[in-house]
Design a protein around this ligand. Structure first.
Ligand code: URP
Ligand code: ZN
Ligand code: ZN
Length: 471
């Protein structure tokens, strides 16, 4: 019997996290069913013409339609957020269901599932955010949810409505250890930030650029060190998110050199932005780039590049946090230019994550193509229990693929597909971008048009992390 393929991607120069090879990719029912030369004709055919084909990106850290304290609202819902992801070569997203203090994890999840259901164009999963680790949460709810497939959660060391103290962090890390989950940690020292913020405010220094002054590298260094010590005490792996520069990197290198299982994430803003993007004067334009930790300087950008190249970083995520600039529910709450303390933290980046790293990392000669795949797809899939279904090109994996074009193209917000009114990367030149994105065997982006898959994106129940052999 001859093979039947719904789609054959021909003449692909396939890159995985470990190999390069030329082949045709045979797809049936949304799954890769054959890799080989001269495959029989499919119902539909695409000629990759020897261009690079990578697994679709897995964005393991993005905020989509996450409820915020009024009047703030995220600009992207699961329709626009996953549309932008596809056009940027990302085919799986893991966003955050945040527990409200005083409420259960389950109620956050119920609300969040309702926000995604029927709207997502791509497969998606949810990390939990644990903000209120009551006895009930620690002994019953969190272990049960991990078993149900929510195999990762984030804890915050800063932000009043989310932060946990060290004792609480130890408690949730113990749950991660006992139940084989991945704990992600936002490492910044809340008390230092508050102390600095009050002094800046007293001196009238409230413009957006002072956000960076309120969160200097030492607050990240100290919290990173503390997070590592807490994980060592509990004897559990952790993943430190959005690492911004040298002093935090040094802590992670120290931990690794002592055999500790500390994973790390960085994001485009720490490669392509600096604190100057928050303003060199008191202009409110700097609010565009207010995020935490803040971008640092050129020397720190180089440290991040080095960590991407030499294996220090495990995953490269967007930390997409979509707030409109000129909006009462965005960077100007109630229409006002507010002191930096009140500017919603976060910047958009779900659509530009893959192209920026491909352009300046791979085509710029800083990282290999294999490493690009590892950082953007394979490792996030492993860290968050989705591999090998996601994050690789292999028989049996979901047919999520990107074909890459090379050449120069300027980033313009008007060409992007998110619902945000700016991109921090406006005017930057890309050297490579997704010419075609295949999602579950469907052509969802052809470099010009987006083909909606509304509601076809499935919620993914996840396995335990598989980055390292589990104890
Ligand atoms: O500023 C940031 N990173 N906003 C998003 C929330 C978070 O802490 O990741
Ligand atoms: Zn964070
Ligand atoms: Zn984030």
């Amino acid at each position: 019997m001859s093979a039947h393929f719904d789609l054959v991607v021909r003449n692909a120069h396939v890159a995985t996290a470990s190999d390069y090879f030329n082949c045709d990719i045979g797809i049936r029912d949304g799954v890769i069913v054959q890799l080989g030369l001269d495959l029989p004709k499919g119902e539909r055919e695409i000629d990759a013409a020897n261009r690079v084909v990578t697994p679709g990106g897995v964005d393991g850290h993005c905020h989509i339609d996450q409820p915020m304290p009024p009047p703030i609202r995220m600009a992207d819902n699961f329709d626009t957020g996953t549309r932008a992801a596809v056009c940027g070569g990302t085919t799986t997203v893991i966003s955050f269901a945040a527990q409200v203090k005083g409420s259960s994890l389950k109620s956050a999840l119920d609300d969040y599932h309702a926000r995604a259901f029927g709207h997502a164009h791509i497969d998606h999963a949810f990390h939990l955010i644990v903000s209120d680790p009551t006895t009930e949460v620690l002994t019953n709810e969190l272990p049960a949810l991990i078993k149900e497939g929510y195999t990762s959660f984030k804890v915050y060391m800063t932000y009043d409505d989310l932060k946990l103290n060290d004792s609480q962090i130890l408690d949730v890390l113990e749950v991660a250890r006992n139940n084989n989950a991945m704990a992600m940690i936002h490492a910044e020292n809340a008390d230092c930030i508050e102390w600095l913020t009050r002094r800046l405010e007293a001196a009238g220094r409230t413009a957006p650029r002072f956000h960076a002054h309120s969160r200097p590298m030492l607050v990240e260094r100290e919290a990173t060190h503390r997070a590592i010590a807490l994980s060592e005490l509990v004897d559990v792996p952790i993943l430190i998110v959005h690492v911004s520069g040298r002093e935090a990197v040094e802590q992670i290198r120290w931990a690794r050199s002592h055999g500790l299982r500390v994973f790390a994430e960085t994001c485009p803003q720490y490669l392509f932005l600096t604190a100057e993007d928050l303003g060199i004067d008191d202009s409110y334009k700097g609010a565009l780039c207010v995020c935490s930790p803040p971008p640092r300087d050129k020397a720190n950008q180089q440290v991040i590049w080095d960590g991407l190249a030499d294996g220090l970083f495990t995953v490269f995520s967007s930390d997409h946090a979509p707030f409109r600039f000129d909006a009462v529910d965005g960077k100007k709450p109630d229409g006002d230019e507010v002191p930096f303390r009140h500017i919603p933290n976060g910047i958009p980046g779900i659509e530009t994550r893959m192209s920026l790293l491909y352009s300046e990392g791979v085509l710029g000669g800083r990282i290999t193509l294999n490493r690009f795949v590892e950082l953007t797809a394979t490792n996030p899939a492993k860290a968050y229990g989705l591999h090998p279904r996601k994050g690789t090109i292999a028989v049996g994996s979901d047919a999520d693929l990107v074909i890459w074009d090379h050449g120069n193209r300027e980033i313009r917000n008007t060409d992007l597909h998110h619902a945000v009114d700016y991109t921090p990367y406006e005017g930057m030149t890309l050297r490579g971008w997704p010419a075609l994105t295949v999602v579950g065997g469907d052509i969802a982006w052809d470099g010009i048009s987006f083909y909606p898959r509304t509601g076809k994106g499935r919620y993914l129940k996840r396995l335990p992390p598989s980055l390292l052999p589990q104890p």
